[in-house]
Design a protein around this ligand. Structure first.
Ligand SMILES: Nc1nc2c(ncn2[C@@H]2O[C@H](COP(=O)(O)OP(=O)(O)OP(=O)(O)O)[C@@H](O)[C@H]2O)c(=O)[nH]1
Length: 391
């Protein structure tokens, strides 16, 4: 009987031992692997190293509420790459000759007469005056041409046309420096002030110039100092987004001088190459305009001198535009003229009148609303386009 009891006790111990060995093993197999490591044991907290546990990414998709608004992705417009500016005037000359063809054709028909009598010279004079060259400049040009024809005994139409082209080019003073001072210097950006009456094309010109500079590898910042119309600052900001320039703007109705100051300050802090400041041009009140523009310039000059003050003139306003232009030249030292909308007028001779009356070089011409429709002004190429010839 004793043997039986001992045998049962031994059997119970054996069974208990076997269960004790098997169950923990099964439990260990069933446990999930430690997160993220990919290994099973001896890593992470289990290994007591003290590193943080990384939660595994959930494989379950969250359920979204049905009434979520549609997702709007705001896309910044891609920065565009313009065509090079070299030779732009020649490329755009078709625009000019379209509006000038009456002028060119009229002149050529007079020049092709067998004999250039007094009437013919008067007609040439009238054509130039009608094209807005201006009375004084026209008289000088015709006088010189008559003298050359007489002395040289010029005969053919081609020769007279050539000599007229030379006189018109000479009237544009081809030796004048027409370069734009846009390069940074003395550790600060070049500062360009853009002035002119409303609607002349100031904002568009800022955009077009900025676009060319950025394409040349420069960094550009716009200052929206036209605070009278929110739309003006919006328009400049849109150009900025398009060409890849930052725009500094102030509150509508705010102080334009303070926006201009902040723009140049940011330009200096951010080590920008060129700052272009767009200004307002309300001309209803000359004293107000003088005060405001003068203040903008003085305040900007606290950072250093303004490198270039560009006066934007609408070519379609003709001789009236010249009177307005004079007001601006009295307020600020204009260093260059941008003559816009030459594509929309048959009076391209205004370029000559502007330069002679103001004594300031025309540096750029606008030949359309497109972003590349701004060209460096080249007197000879311009005159060729004016006369409708081959450049
Ligand atoms: N055809 C043509 N249109 C131009 C040219 N330059 C500018 N414009 C247009 O002229 C209009 C006025 O241009 P803006 O740049 O807004 O003129 P702004 O001087 O800044 O005007 P404000 O903001 O009112 O002071 C716009 O519709 C331009 O697209 C050009 O060379 N040719």
């Amino acid at each position: 009987m004793e043997y039986v009891v001992v045998a049962v006790v031994l059997l119970v111990i054996l069974v208990a031992g076997a269960v004790g060995l098997v169950v923990p093993r099964m439990r260990r197999r069933a446990a999930p692997p430690t997160a993220g490591t990919g290994t099973e044991e001896g890593t992470g907290t289990e290994a007591g190293t003290g590193t943080a546990t990384v939660e595994p990414p959930s494989t379950e998709l969250p359920t979204l509420p049905d009434d979520l608004p549609p997702l709007v992705v705001e896309e910044k417009p891609a920065v565009e790459q313009p065509e090079p500016t070299a030779g732009r005037l020649v490329r755009l000359r078709a625009r000019l000759s379209r509006s000038q063809s009456v002028f060119g054709r009229g002149l050529l028909s007079v020049l092709s007469r067998d004999h250039l009598d007094e009437d013919a010279w008067e007609e040439i004079e009238d054509s130039l005056i009608t094209a807005d060259v201006g009375i004084e400049a026209t008289q000088v040009i015709v006088e010189r041409l008559r003298e050359r024809v007489r002395v040289l005994g010029t005969r053919t139409v081609a020769e007279v046309r050539e000599q007229l082209a030379e006189e018109l080019t000479a009237a544009l003073d081809p030796e004048l420096d027409r370069s734009l001072h846009t390069a940074p210097h003395d550790g600060r950006p070049a500062v360009l002030l853009v002035v002119g009456v409303n609607g002349a094309g100031k904002t568009t010109t800022c955009g077009k110039v900025g676009r060319v500079l950025i394409a040349d590898g420069r960094s550009v910042l716009f200052g929206a100092a036209d605070t009278f119309r929110a739309a003006a600052a919006d328009q400049l900001t849109t150009w900025g987004d398009r060409v890849g320039a930052q725009t500094v703007r102030g509150p509508e109705g705010g102080d334009p001088a303070s926006v201009a100051f902040d723009a140049v300050k940011k330009g200096i802090d951010d080590r920008v190459d060129t700052v272009l400041i767009d200004t307002a041009g309300r001309l209803q009140n000359k004293v107000g305009l003088m005060d405001e523009l003068g203040k903008v310039k003085r305040v900007v000059e606290k950072h250093g001198p303004v490198d270039e003050t560009l006066l934007v003139l609408d070519a379609t306003t003709g001789q009236n535009g010249l009177e307005q232009a004079r007001v601006f030249t009295e307020v600020v030292d204009v260093t260059g003229v941008v003559l816009t909308k030459l594509d929309g007028t048959a009076k391209g001779g205004i370029v000559i009148a502007v330069q002679r009356k103001l004594g300031i070089p025309v540096k750029l011409v606008g030949l359309g609303e497109g972003p590349d429709d701004l060209a460096p002004f080249e007197p000879a190429a311009f005159v060729e386009a004016l006369l409708g010839g081959d450049a």
